[in-house]
Design a protein around this ligand. Structure first.
Ligand SMILES: Cc1cc2nc3c(=O)[nH]c(=O)nc-3n(C[C@H](O)[C@H](O)[C@H](O)COP(=O)(O)OP(=O)(O)OC[C@H]3O[C@@H](n4cnc5c(N)ncnc54)[C@H](O)[C@@H]3O)c2cc1C
Length: 399
């Protein structure tokens, strides 16, 4: 892998985060040594900055599987005094630390001559030029035949713009039905406290921020866990504003005992936004802007890996589609209806998730979350919902 800024490239990937690196990894894995690939990345160094979770259907490439930090066969939901636990040995819930992912992918690319990564380089504009595109960056101009633009409109979701010319987050994601906003801290205790066999997926479900709120706990060991406060809300605000809610949730969990915060993360994810489709050939918006985030859940990591494998195969054949095309029509329809119900009836949301937890088996739930539902699964999901409000929503959307 080279580091010097090239004048031209066959494929330019703008943004070497989850989506950009996934595409580079799959291009490398599929043996594309004829195509030169350049990753333009604004950060000067990679650090661990987020945690990606998913239910395991063996979709993560075998070379990346060793970076799974921990997996759990149990996940729980709770509201008030009531707790429901799901168990699946076949499809456990897994966590990957982004720092491990960056390191692993960059190590795979390092040995390849046709890959270049230019760090500390901010792309500012893209214009058509001589059958391709000219990318203006903080380190100069580069020509490329194909562009995969993964720049999110803001950096790290702290509502700081990713470049001065970038549109605001709320402008880009104005179609979002709800925002998933969360703030989390990884804590270390000097005594054993957590039950590390069970993820608290949605604990203490309540109505808050005009939407839904819950605590999320990934117990890495008996004395170390990531504890997050999450809300699905129609309002757009910085994740850091939830820090005090997160610390209260932690206090509720641990009481007054001492803990050390070893890491923090936060996000504002658009739900029901769909993604920006490119109007230009050989240019694709990918990652969050391209619609990698699943409408109803905020999960994106495995969808991104699936897309990257498809996109790399297309590029090898000289094709680049104009959208990430992550959703089937049924999934999109179900997800949007679900979100509109949540937005309209926030008071129903805690009950609704408890009802899903109660009425779906762990396997059906995991398949639904990872877009692996069968037709009987869809039926089970619909039957698990409060039918009246759902049918009212379907009628009002189609009317
Ligand atoms: C804290 C957090 C936790 C999450 N947890 C989960 C989870 O559990 N499961 C899940 O499926 N999804 C999760 N997500 C959602 C989603 O998977 C991530 O946001 C994912 O990182 C999105 O990938 P991306 O490639 O679109 O953006 P990013 O990974 O943010 O990558 C964008 C890259 O572009 C670079 N960049 C920005 N501007 C420029 C510029 N002008 N020029 C050059 N480079 C630029 C950035 O530095 C960055 O490297 C989480 C997100 C966050 C923030």
């Amino acid at each position: 892998m080279k580091n010097l800024f090239p004048e031209k490239s066959d494929i330019a990937i703008i943004g070497g985060g989850s989506a950009g690196l996934a595409l580079a990894f799959h291009l490398a894995e599929q043996g594309n040594d004829r195509l030169s690939v350049t990753i333009v990345e604004s950060r000067s160094d990679y650090q661990n900055d987020r945690t990606w979770c998913f239910w395991d259907f063996n979709e993560l490439h075998e070379k990346l599987r060793p970076i799974i930090r921990k997996s759990w066969q149990n996940w729980s939901f709770s509201k008030g005094e009531r707790t429901i636990v799901h168990h699946s040995a076949a499809h456990p819930y897994c966590a990957v630390s982004a720092g491990d992912y960056y390191e692993k992918v960059l190590a795979c690319l390092r040995v390849l001559d046709n890959f270049t990564i230019v760090k500390n380089c901010q792309a500012t504009s893209i214009t058509t030029h001589k059958g391709g595109y000219l990318i203006a960056t903080s380190q100069g101009e580069m020509w490329s035949r194909y562009i995969i633009d993964t720049r999110p409109p803001i950096h790290d979701y702290h509502l700081k713009k990713s470049s001065p010319s970038a549109p605001s987050y709320s402008e880009v994601f104005s179609g979002a039905i709800l925002y998933q906003i969360f703030f989390g801290v990884e804590v270390e205790l000097d005594y054993d406290f957590f039950d590390d066999s069970t993820v608290q997926l949605m604990a203490n479900l309540t109505e808050a921020h005009n939407g839904l709120a819950f605590r999320y706990v990934l117990p890495y060991s008996a004395n170390r866990a990531l504890v997050e406060y999450t809300t699905f809300t129609p309002h757009f605000f910085a994740a850091q504003q939830l820090k005090s809610d997160c610390l209260s949730a932690l206090e509720q969990l641990l009481g007054k005992s001492k803990f050390e915060i070893v890491y923090e993360e936060g996000a504002v994810l658009p739900m029901g936004f769909g993604g920006v489709k490119s109007s230009r050939s050989n240019l694709l918006y990918a990652g969050i802007v391209g619609g990698s985030v699943r409408d109803s859940t905020g999960f994106a990591f495995i969808r991104t890996q699936r897309w990257a494998a498809r996109c790399a195969a297309d590029l090898a054949k000289g094709r680049l589609s104009k959208s990430m095309a992550c959703d089937t029509r049924v999934d999109e329809f179900m997800d949007k209806t679900f979100l509109r119900v949540l937005r309209k009836h926030p008071q129903l949301a805690p009950k609704l998730f408890m009802s899903m937890a109660q009425n779906l088996s762990a396997e059906t739930f995991a398949r639904f979350m990872m877009e692996k539902s069968t037709w009987p699964d869809y039926l089970r999901v619909i039957m698990a919902m409060p039918k009246k409000v759902f049918f009212q929503q379907i009628i009002s959307t189609s009317g």
